[in-house]
Design a protein around this ligand. Structure first.
Ligand code: MTE
Ligand code: MO
Length: 451
C-alpha cells in the first residue's frame, strides 16, 4: 500500500468535496452506483493496492475498507489516541489489543482476534471508568450487601455466595454499550470503539435472582442500583463512580449472574475480580465489576451513568450532531444485532490465483438470537448465506462460516450482515445518531487483496 500522508478521515473532515474527487475521480454530486471514471478507477486501484474486479458495483462515496482502518478522532470527551492504534501492554494480555485510552485503561479487541469460540483472558477487552482497586487479599471474605426495598438485608461474603446458592456456568457475550461508536457521523462523544468492545467468555457464578429471592424483594422494589469498589477517576472518594441499574425483570432473568470465575479461572482483578455482575445482552456497564452492593430501589436508578444522554438513546430520531433534548431520551437496554468477520483480517493479502476464500466470523444480538448471516464480495450487489452455529446457551455468540468464490486477482471487500430473530438487520451505516454513540452496528467489511 502507498504511504498515506493524511488519513482519509482527516481528508474528508477538512474538505469532503476534494476528498471525494480524489478518491472517486469525479464530481461528488454524481451519486450513481458504478460511476467511476477510468482515471478515478486507476487512482482508487493505486490507493487500495490492486485492480477492483467489482468496481462497477462499488457505491459512490464509499470509503474503501482498506483505507478506513483507523477510527476517526473523537469530537470531544476522550482525548484522541496518538497517531495510529496503540498496542496494549498489560500482563497476560495480547499486545494486539488496541488501547483507546490509558487513564482509565480502555482497550478493544480487533475483529480478527475475536476468532475463538470462547474469548480467552488474553484477548478480552478492558473497559474501566474509574481507578482499578488493588487485588483482594482474601477473596472469600469479600462482602456484597443487598439492601433497599427488601425484607431481609443481606451481607454475603463471596464464600457464602459460593456455598449457599447453586453455581451456574454459561458462555455469554459481554459488550460495551458504546461498541461501534466510531462508526457514527458526525463523531459521537466517548471512546472510539470499532467492533471490539465485546468478548464471549464462560462465566461461573450464582443467579442474581436466587440472591434477590433470599433477600425478599418487596413489591415496591422495581429497579436495581449497582456499586463497586473502584474510586472515581479523580481519586476523590466524595465523587461518585459509575453506578448503573436495571429493571427488576432483567435482574431476575436466569442468565443474570454474580460471577467469580471467567473461563474456569478465578475472575481476574482487571475484569472485576474477585466478584462482578454479568448482565448479558444489555450494555456492559450494567455488569458491575468489584461488586460491593446491590441497592433495590422503588424507581429507575439515577446514579452516574443513568441520566442525561449517558446510556440513553433517542425516542424520536434526532438530527445528527444536533443539541440533545434530554426529554427525548430513554435508557438503553438490549444491544442490537452485530456481525463481524474474524478471518481473514482486514487488509489480508492472499496468493495470486486464489479463487476461493474461507470466511469465519461471529455474531450476537443482545436479548435476541441471530437467525441469518449473509456475506457479499461485490459491494452488496449479491449476497450468499453462511452456516451459523447454534448458541451453547442463551446469550452465547454464534460463530458463522462460509466459502466464497472470486473471479480473478485484485481488491475485494468482504461484507457481512446479520439478521436477528425478529428480522432486524445490521444497517449499511450506523443509524439513530445520538450524542454518546450507542447502538452503532453497521455491516462489517474487510479488505482482501489477491495477488
Ligand atoms: N465497578 C465498575 N464496573 C464496571 C465498569 C467500571 O468502570 N467500574 N465499567 C463497565 C463497563 S462500561 C463495561 S463495558 C464493562 C467492561 O468489563 P471488562 O473490563 O471486564 O471487559 O464493565 C462495566 N463494569
Ligand atoms: Mo461499557
Amino acid at each position: 500500500m502507498p504511504k498515506i500522508e493524511r488519513t482519509i478521515d482527516e481528508l474528508y473532515g477538512d474538505d469532503p468535496e476534494r476528498a471525494d474527487a480524489m478518491v472517486f475521480g469525479r464530481a461528488p454530486d454524481v451519486n450513481r452506483r458504478g460511476f467511476l471514471g477510468t482515471a478515478g478507477l486507476a487512482a482508487m486501484g493505486a490507493a487500495v493496492g490492486g485492480v477492483i474486479p467489482f468496481a462497477a458495483d462499488m457505491p459512490a462515496g464509499l470509503f474503501p475498507a482498506a483505507l478506513a482502518q483507523a477510527p476517526s478522532p473523537p469530537a470531544g470527551g476522550a482525548p484522541a489516541a496518538p497517531k495510529g492504534p496503540q498496542p496494549l501492554k498489560f500482563p497476560g494480555k495480547d499486545q494486539g489489543l488496541t488501547v483507546l485510552g490509558d487513564r482509565p485503561l480502555v482497550a478493544e479487541t480487533p475483529e480478527h482476534l475475536l476468532d475463538d469460540d470462547t474469548t480467552p483472558f488474553a484477548k478480552f477487552f478492558i473497559r474501566n471508568n474509574g481507578q482499578t482497586p488493588d487485588e483482594a487479599k482474601d477473596p472469600d471474605k469479600w462482602t456484597i450487601t443487598v439492601d433497599g426495598e427488601v425484607n431481609n438485608k443481606l451481607d454475603l461474603t463471596l464464600g457464602q455466595l459460593k456455598s449457599r446458592y447453586k453455581p451456574q456456568t454459561f458462555r455469554m457475550v459481554l459488550e460495551c454499550g458504546g461498541n461501534g461508536r466510531s462508526f457514527f457521523t458526525p463523531p459521537a462523544r466517548g471512546n472510539q470503539w470499532t467492533n471490539g468492545g465485546a468478548g464471549c467468555a464462560e462465566w461461573t457464578g450464582v443467579r442474581l435472582a436466587d440472591v434477590l429471592k433470599a433477600a425478599g424483594v418487596k413489591p415496591s422494589g422495581i429497579y436495581t442500583a449497582h456499586y463497586g469498589a473502584d474510586l472515581h477517576l479523580s481519586g476523590d472518594p466524595k465523587q461518585p463512580p459509575i453506578s448503573r441499574g436495571m429493571r427488576m425483570d432483567k435482574a431476575m432473568e436466569p442468565h443474570t449472574l454474580i460471577v467469580w470465575a471467567m473461563n474456569g479461572q478465578p475472575l481476574p482483578n482487571i475484569h472485576g475480580g474477585p466478584v462482578r455482575l454479568i448482565v448479558p445482552g444489555w450494555a456492559g456497564s450494567l455488569s458491575h465489576k468489584w461488586l460491593t452492593r446491590i441497592w433495590v430501589r422503588d424507581k429507575e436508578h439515577d446514579g452516574p451513568g443513568m441520566t442525561g444522554t449517558s446510556y440513553r438513546v433517542p425516542i424520536r430520531p434526532m438530527v445528527p450532531g444536533d443539541k440533545a433534548d434530554e426529554k427525548n431520551f430513554k435508557i438503553l437496554e438490549s444491544m442490537p444485532v452485530r456481525a463481524i468477520i474474524t478471518s481473514p483480517a482486514n487488509g489480508a493479502k492472499l496468493a495470486a490465483g486464489t479463487r476461493e476464500i474461507a470466511l469465519r466470523g461471529t455474531s450476537w444480538a443482545g436479548d435476541r438470537s441471530v437467525s441469518a448471516i449473509d456475506v457479499s464480495t461485490d459491494f452488496g450487489a449479491t449476497w450468499q448465506k453462511t452456516n451459523v452455529s447454534k448458541p451453547k446457551n442463551r446469550f452465547d455468540w454464534q460463530r458463522w462460516s462460509a466459502r466464497v468464490k472470486v473471479p480473478s486477482d485484485g481488491y475485494y471487500e468482504i461484507w457481512v450482515r446479520g439478521t436477528d430473530s425478529r428480522g432486524v438487520m445490521t444497517p449499511h451505516v450506523a443509524g439513530n445518531w445520538n450524542p454518546q454513540g450507542y447502538g452503532g452496528n453497521p455491516m462489517h467489511r474487510v479488505a482482501v487483496l489477491i495477488g
